[in-house]
Structure formats: C-alpha cells, structure tokens
Design a protein around this ligand. Structure first.
Ligand SMILES: [Zn+2]
Length: 493
C-alpha cells in the first residue's frame, strides 16, 4: 500500500484559511441579525469548511491553546446545529399563550418581554408566566440533548465546556464559585431593600413576586428618565468625547446602522466582521435612555475590534475570552454611571444624575443576584452532571438564597441559559474587572479621566492585546463593585 500523507499546513497558513471563512460567515450572520437578505448556502458552506479546518488543526497541533479550545467549540457547535435549529423553530410555537395576545397574535416566547412591558395588570403577567413554565417541559429533552453533545465532543479532547471556560479565563473552579457566591450573597440585602423601594412605581403593587423577572424590571425602571434624554443623541456624544481621546481613526472604521427594518434584531449588537477593518454597530431606537446604554456598550465592543493589530495572527485577533470581550463594552457603558461624565458630557442636572445612578445600581444588583443564580447552577450542572430535575431544583434553591424563590424551570425559558454552554459568569467577571480598572484611571488621571488622552492610550493598548489580554494582573476583588452598587441616595442620612 502506498501511504498518502498530506503535508501539514503551518499554523499561520491555517489561520489565513480560518479567517477567510470566518469573515464570510460573519458577513451573513450580520445580514441575518440586521434584517437584511442573507445567503444560507454561503453560511452552510463556510460552517462546513470551518469544521474541516478545526479538525485539521486539532489533529496537527496542540497549541496555541486558545486556538485549540476554539476548534473544539466549533466542532461542538456544528454537531449541535440540527438541535439548535429545532429549538429555534419549536420554541415560538410551543411557548405561546392560549389566552393573551399582543398585536393581534398570541403572546409567545419571543414577544413575552414586550407583553410584560405593556401589561399593567400583574395578574395577567402571572398567568402568562405560569403558563409558559407549565409548557417548557416539552422542550427540556431537546435542550439537554444539545448540552450532551457538547459534553461528548469536549470529552474526545479531554476537556468539558466548563474546563474550557475556566482555562480561557485563567480561573479554578473553586475561585470562580467562591467569587460568585460572594457576589450573590453580598448583593442580596441591598437588592431586596431597593426592590421594596421601587416596587410600587414599576409594578403597581407593593412587593416583587416570582413572576416579576429581571427583564420586566429593566423594561420599566428607566421610563421616568426618558424625558431628560429625548433631545440627546447618543452617537453625537460618543463621537465627541471619543475624538477628544484620539479615537478618530477607530471611529472612521465603525459603520453604524440605525435604519428601522422589520426583521432587524430589537437589541443592539456589534459585529466584528473583519478584525480590525470592518466593524459594524447596529441598533434600533427603542427608548431614549436604553438607546444610550446599549450604544455605549456596543461602541466599547467596536473600539475593542478596531484596536486589533492587522499584523497579529488570526487566533490572536479573533479568539477572545468572553469576560475580556465584555470588559471593553462594560467600561464605556459604565461612564453612564459616572456623575461628572453625566453632568459635563450630557449636560444633566444633579437630580437627574442621582436618579440615573440609583436606578442603574438597582438593576446592577438585580443582575448580580439573578446572574449569580444562573452562573452557579450552570457551573454545578457541568461539574456534577445534573439531570434536568436536579438542575431546576438547584436553580430554585439558589434563587431563594440570593433573592426570592422562583420556579426552577424558569432557567429553561431564559434566552441565554438553555442556548449557551456557559456564558453568565463572563458578565460578572467583566463588571468586577471594570470597577478595578476605572478606579485605577480615577486614581491616576482624576475624576475627569475620560478627557485625558493618556486614558485613550491605556484603553487602546489593552484592547490591542485581544486574545493575549493578561488576565492574571487583576485583583478581581468583588467588594469594591458590590459596595458601589449598594449605595442609594434614598438610603442616605
Ligand atoms: Zn456585550
């Protein structure tokens, strides 16, 4: 027999191939999310080619480690595709209300948040919540099947979705678990106090109940601020202060699409189609204050993307730990809770500034207690190999510990938890890191640090490291972040 051996391609050559197809896939996924025509054929072909390239990489190389783990992830995603599509199709029709309608059609999983935002009678919201919870078991086995495929694919390479996450984030299981417990336990009391303060205003009743979820609160807590934001344009303000920080070149690479198209995603997003030269931010006007926060957040992602060094290899430019990606977006977003920034750049009064800070703190605490529940359940789900019943029981138990008891199956109705192997902790880690980073900037450059060109340089230098961002130099102490979010003007004196 004649042995035929293909010469092994170098890592750089493989990277060039990866980038070609990643760009193709990104372009189509962007079109899809932006509500533009897209080509399914190109997507399928690109995904298939990337699957082949990932297998080639894994059979030829053991590093760079980030490239290795990302290749496993690509294979798992390709193998889960049939279930992913099935969940996508079935969820809207199965999770749908018999009794309640919105815009003339039954309220379903996709329009649930809109329904909650518009419905002032709490009893109606409770009925829909209970109905959806009772229907989710029909989808549970499909959701669990996807996780099992991930588990199997990773195990072929002696890893698991949890191990890979921890490795990318430079954390041990114990360290991450303890950090999340500290956040959830620390946020509990101030959160419950603030929830009592805001209940009447946002719920039309005196207390929060299990069906008053995070998204309901987020949709209502900022309504009273809108009048102060109606005449302000977030893009003008972003461009004005970012140019002063010498980001003109980066700003010129960011394409912004604000057109209102029917099939466009309702939430804002940023796509790095090609790093660093083709970065796109997309949004739809929703409500004045939330447009500000989402655009600030997405511009942070966009600046991170435009800061990539074109000379760096594919894997360093494209493969980023999740908490690192969220660090840059969170940094820019957090300027919206820095009082001197709000007063000087947005021209807001002291009173409005105080309202913003209080309400942002309340939502950050709600985020902490809710995402601590989500994240810990998921950590244990992988570590202890929970079955669906154990997972839901644990979710219920953790929610009770951190805020109030919600039906365990709620996690299966969430938009991230059933769809991603592990994502929640990334936001928690990013928030702690950003607090630390911002404190450093204030210490070194003063309260008006966002005006100092040197801060622009610090941001750009950190952003350029992309996949080689040094995760080991941060204290990651949750206390300063917790302390800041727990202050409320209505609790002073
Ligand atoms: Zn983000």
């Amino acid at each position: 027999m004649i042995a035929v051996s293909t010469p092994i391609r170098s890592i750089d050559d493989l990277g060039v191939e990866f980038e070609k197809f990643v760009v193709q896939l990104n372009e189509q996924r962007y079109n899809q999310t932006a509500g533009l025509p897209y080509d399914k054929k190109i997507m399928e072909l690109a995904a298939e080619t990337l699957l082949g390239l990932s297998s080639e990489f894994l059979s030829s190389y053991e590093g760079p480690r980030a490239f290795y783990l990302d290749s496993i992830e690509r294979i798992a995603q390709a193998r889960k595709l049939p279930q992913t599509l099935e969940i996508y199709e079935k969820r809207m029709s199965l999770i749908s209300s018999k009794k309640f309608r919105i815009h003339g059609v039954p309220v379903n999983w996709g329009s649930w948040r809109q329904f909650n935002a518009q419905t002032s009678n709490p009893d109606d919201r409770k009925l829909v919540f209970d109905e959806f919870i009772s229907k989710i078991p029909e989808l549970t086995s499909l959701i669990i099947k996807r996780f099992n495929i991930s588990r199997q694919v990773y195990s072929l390479y002696d890893s698991s979705p949890l191990d890979a996450f921890l490795e990318k984030e430079f954390l041990s299981y114990e360290k991450l678990r303890d950090l999340i417990f500290a956040l959830g336990d620390g946020a509990r009391m101030p959160f419950l106090t603030a929830a009592e303060h805001y209940a009447q205003e946002i719920l039309n009743k005196t207390t929060f109940d299990y069906y008053d979820d995070f998204y309901l609160a987020r949709g209502r807590i900022y309504l009273s601020l809108n009048k102060s934001f109606e005449k302000k344009n977030p893009l003008t303000i972003l461009k004005s202060f970012l140019s002063k920080l010498s980001f003109e070149k980066e700003l010129s690479l960011i394409h912004v699409d604000s057109e209102d198209r029917e099939k466009k995603s309702p939430s804002a997003f940023c796509f790095g189609v090609q790093i660093p030269n083709d970065i796109r931010v997309v949004y739809k006007c929703v409500s004045p204050f939330s447009d500000f926060t989402s655009l600030f957040h997405e511009f942070g992602h966009a600046l991170h993307g435009t800061s990539g060094n074109p000379k760096d290899p594919y894997w360093k430019r494209y493969i980023i730990p999740m908490s690192v990606a969220e660090t840059f977006s969170t940094f820019i977003e957090m300027l919206l809770q820095h009082p001197p920034f709000l007063q000087q750049e947005l021209g807001l009064s002291k009173e409005v500034t105080r309202e913003i800070i209080d309400r942002r703190h309340f939502m950050n605490l709600y985020f902490l207690v809710f995402y601590s529940t989500n994240s810990l359940m998921k950590l244990e789900f992988w570590k202890r190999e929970y079955n669906p019943e154990q997972a839901s029981n644990r979710f219920q138990e953790l929610s009770k510990r951190f805020f109030w008891e919600i039906p365990g199956n709620y996690w299966l109705l969430h938009h991230i938890m059933p769809d991603y192997d592990l994502y929640g902790p990334a936001y928690l880690l990013a928030s702690i890191r950003v607090k630390e980073w911002m404190t450093q900037m204030i210490d070194e450059y003063g309260e008006e640090f966002w005006k100092d060109k040197r801060v622009g340089t610090v941001f750009r230098d950190l952003a350029t490291t992309r996949g080689e961002f040094d995760l080991t130099v941060w204290d990651m102490d949750p206390k300063p972040y917790l302390k800041e979010q727990s202050t409320f003007s209505f609790l002073e004196n």
